[in-house]
Design a binder for this molecule. Structure first.
Ligand code: G6D
Length: 348
């Protein structure tokens, strides 16, 4: 294993460091301590071509001003919260609105746009980058001084393991994820419409026109949301099915996972032969197929466009605080929050 460090830029006088982890199979992962952003992942295709498979930039300015959360850690609470008020232990907290009436992805001052403390450690068969951050009481509207850490570990089995930990001195809410946009074609040579996705999920959450869960769970059977036997993403962009239409012709939905840590999600790009298996201890995953990506930014010289990448945001379902039948995101004072997701890269 190897670790290369660099300076990615600086923001408000604070240096932003970059780390590149390289394993013995020549898989590389580069991340920065601004938002714990994964800026690139380079993996081989079936011909041995090592190419980048995520949407990202090479400069900090673009991440600060032009990024729809590319590669970023999301928190304190992933997804939309609306109404943007939360009640904890009899106290009502108002959260900042950063998408109309909604509080989205931790609000304007979420974990995605702060500089984290960072360090790295190198072993024989794995290397890690450890990010820590102290989110002070009241930050982004949430109660509690929250000590939170995110650890990226790359192994010699081509696994990228993300673990999250957190404790708070007051009861609060916590529901973190990573917002990397994947595109297995390599160097963004195609969009993700021909990617084949498998998700072991019998139900997905219905969304309203504001992209908020209605609280209804819909069986995937006989819908474009049935990924149990594998399905190309394009089926969700060409259909007249209302749930695909309202999110901009695609998917932007939470799926309830039938099981955990048993290869529950698999993404394949057949012409390159690249395959990504996702395992998580989270109860759901939000599949977002880049429906709102526009050609207003360049990604290392390549124009961004709709459906250029897809996200698999493992997490508790969004707006859980207002849907008591969803798995809870309540973090009791001085209790430990823990979450783990593993992305394994292999070939078909
Ligand atoms: C859009 O609805 C989607 C979100 O799910 C996504 O996280 C964001 O774009 C980047 O708001």
């Amino acid at each position: 294993m190897k670790i290369e460090m660099g300076i990615f830029g600086d923001i408000n006088g604070e240096q932003v460091k970059s780390y590149t982890l390289i394993n013995d199979q020549n898989m590389k992962m580069t991340c920065i301590d601004y938002g714990c952003i994964i800026t690139r992942i380079d993996v081989s295709d079936k011909e041995g071509n090592v190419e980048n498979i995520v949407l990202g930039f090479d400069d900090l300015e673009d991440y600060v001003h032009s990024s729809p959360y590319f590669g970023a850690v999301i928190g304190r609470v992933a997804g939309r919260i609306s109404p943007p008020t939360i009640g904890i232990e009899g106290i009502t907290y108002k959260l900042p609105q950063n998408e109309g009436q909604n509080h989205l992805h931790g609000g304007p001052y979420g974990f995605h746009n702060v500089v984290w403390k960072s360090s790295s450690c190198e072993g024989i068969d794995q290397a890690s980058v450890i990010f820590t951050y102290m989110s002070s009481d009241g930050e982004a509207g949430y109660p509690g001084n929250l000590e939170v850490s995110v650890i990226y570990t790359l192994t010699n089995n081509n696994e990228l393991i993300i673990t999250y930990h957190g404790t708070s001195d007051k009861s609060t809410l916590l529901n973190m994820t990573n917002h990397t946009y994947f595109n297995l074609s390599g160097n963004l040579k195609e969009d993700i419409l021909q990617h084949e996705l498998t998700i072991k999920s019998d139900q997905f959450l219905e969304l309203d026109q504001f992209l908020l869960p209605t609280g209804n769970l819909i069986d995937v059977e006989h819908t474009p949301f049935d990924f149990r036997a594998g399905k190309q993403i394009i089926e969700g962009t060409k259909t007249a099915y209302q749930q695909n239409k309202i999110v901009g012709n695609g998917y932007d939905h939470p799926f309830l996972l039938n099981e955990n840590n048993k290869k529950e999600i698999c993404l394949i790009h057949y012409s390159s032969g690249r395959k990504m298996i996702v395992e998580t201890d989270e109860p759901s995953v939000v599949l977002y197929t880049g429906n709102m990506l526009q050609n207003n930014i360049q990604l290392r010289g390549i124009p961004c466009k709709k459906h250029l990448g897809l996200c698999l945001e493992t997490q508790h379902p969004p707006n859980a605080i207002h849907n008591k039948h969803f798995p809870s995101i309540y973090l009791e004072k001085n209790k430990e929050y823990h979450s783990r997701t593993c992305f394994t890269f292999t070939l078909t």
